[in-house]
Design a protein around this ligand. Structure first.
Ligand SMILES: [Zn+2]
Length: 503
């Protein structure tokens, strides 16, 4: 069973840092696809560039540790997804978020080596979609595409603003090698520099002999990545560019021709600030590769609209409400047209520009925040509705509530009642009755009231003797939309539940 979205217990700590930007050791994808060999040998026909945008599904799995901590920040992830789409605009491809966003709590997968990553992909890949896993440490790299698992792993520290790692890995997925292909076997810029003499004519890498690309383009179709519009690149480690987007030193090709290495290509290892785009030949190869992937659902151009913040209403807790219970608070909002899921943030302060206390995706329109709430404490929360095709949008305004005092034992919720009583549907439309039922509660005098937030009793069931179970209804037709409390009393035991009445 795929890990279902978090609907109950949700708490995220600050991401654990296994890699920082300085630690970036590039991407761990190795080898070269047999498909590209055939394509560049002319055995696979190029496809004319489609004028219509092709929609490609990406299934997202956010991996945390065993305690459910360390997940990627959802807002950072959405921004990275937008950058991915920007990078692929020239390819005429637009990615959309497929089905639900899954959360998976597993330290083993969170910090994994290649075998662990393959295991993750084999066990959790969905069919006919580009599976992307966002983890703490993807095999000591920023990310990689695994041909064996046919999926992408991304490090949470490599999806930050301006980071093109996701685009780079999708480039691998669509057959592209590094622009410095072959030099992975050297692996170290210091060693490349140490040549300070003509580069060798070939290198051994990934079980093959790879020709070193010459500046005069005489062997560009057979050397390195096999593309003639990606200039020679011998730099197999992260590097920063100088003015003009070039490496600080020039290098010597096998003909002793001195040349500058350019860092604009997404498939190079230049730092993100240097990287700009794919080359036209790379774009053509990716288009042809994509055309051959018949399994990837190729949705007709969907009619999609970003969810509008104007359509979003935060329903509960009411703003500035002092909520009654300290251990669990239900956040509720309305269902927004065009929204496929929601990004929820809860914080101790009203300023959400840093790392909020918790931040997560859900497909539901309510979520119970448990375990992280302190009594007598003010909390702030907001929600952003997200459309899977167009993830742009704004957060709602910030609402606040006070988590109340811890209740004394005498008035504490009765645990047995809490477990036994069912209230449905909730939220309830005012056209429908609200059903209240329970089984296995013992016997006693039962009463039930529907109370508004001002404390006024709006509906009441007469006191009655029950034995073991009961079932009753409240009519809601005459109630204004809003938040109500249902109070159930069985002899001296009491339970209060919150219910939302919608128009
Ligand atoms: Zn790579």
């Amino acid at each position: 069973m795929p890990a279902r979205l978090l609907t109950t217990l949700v708490f995220l700590l600050a991401p654990l840092c296994f890699l920082t930007a300085q630690d970036y050791r590039g991407c761990a994808t190795v080898g070269r696809s047999a498909w590209l060999d055939a394509y560049q040998a002319g055995k696979i026909a190029p496809v004319p560039k489609s004028l219509e945008t092709r929609f490609v599904p990406i299934h997202l799995t956010l991996v945390g540790d065993d305690n459910g901590a360390g997940y990627a920040d959802p807002l950072t992830l959405l921004n990275s997804f937008e950058l991915l789409n920007d990078d692929f605009a020239e390819v005429n491809v637009r990615f959309y978020i497929d089905s639900d966003i899954d959360y998976l709590s597993s330290t083993f997968y969170y910090d994994h080596d290649f075998d662990g990553g393959y295991d993750l992909m084999r066990n959790f890949n969905r069919r006919n979609t580009l599976n992307s896993y966002v983890v703490g440490n993807p095999s000591e790299a920023c990310g990689y595409y695994s041909p064996r698992g046919d999926a992408i792993a991304l490090g949470i520290n490599c999806i930050n603003a301006g980071n093109h790692t996701w685009s780079h890995e999708v480039g691998h997925y669509l057959s592209l090698p590094h622009t410095f292909f072959g030099w992975e076997s050297v692996g170290d810029i210091a060693k490349v520099e140490a040549f300070n003499k003509p580069a060798p004519t070939s290198l051994r890498y990934a079980g093959r002999t790879v020709a070193v690309e010459r500046v005069d383009r005489s062997n560009c179709a057979d050397a390195a990545d096999g593309f003639c519009d990606t200039p020679p690149d011998y730099l197999p480690e992260r590097w920063n560019c100088e003015t003009g987007g070039i490496y600080k030193d020039s290098l010597l090709d096998p003909d002793s021709t001195r040349f500058a290495v350019y860092g604009a290509n997404i498939m190079s290892y230049a730092q993100d600030g240097c990287v700009e785009a794919f080359s036209p030949e790379q774009v053509a190869a990716m288009n042809a590769n994509l055309a051959g992937r018949s399994g990837l659902a190729d949705a007709d151009a969907p009619v999609f609209t970003a969810a509008r913040v104007e359509d979003l209403s935060l329903l509960s807790p009411a703003n500035n409400e002092r909520v009654r219970f300290s251990d669990s608070v239900q956040l509720i909002w309305n269902k927004v047209p065009n929204a496929d899921f929601y990004l929820v943030q809860l914080n101790r302060g009203a300023n959400f520009s840093g790392n909020p206390l918790t931040s997560f995706f859900t497909s539901d329109t309510s979520v119970a925040i448990t375990d992280i709430l302190l009594p007598r404490t003010k909390y702030y929360w907001r929600v952003r509705a997200v459309n899977r095709y167009d993830v742009t949008g704004d957060f709602s305004g910030v609402r606040e509530f006070v988590n109340g005092r811890e209740l004394s034992t005498a008035t504490r919720q009765d645990a047995l009642l809490a477990a036994a009583v069912r209230l449905s549907p909730n939220p309830v439309s005012a056209r429908h009755p609200l059903r209240l039922s329970a089984a296995g509660i013992g016997s006693g005098e039962l009463s039930a009231q529907l109370i508004d937030l001002s404390g006024r009793v709006r509906a009441e069931q007469p006191r009655q003797r029950v034995s073991g179970s009961f079932e009753l209804e409240f009519a809601t037709a005459d109630l204004p939309a809003g938040i109500y409390l249902v109070r159930v009393t069985l002899d001296s035991r009491q339970l209060t539940r919150r219910v939302i009445v919608t128009p």
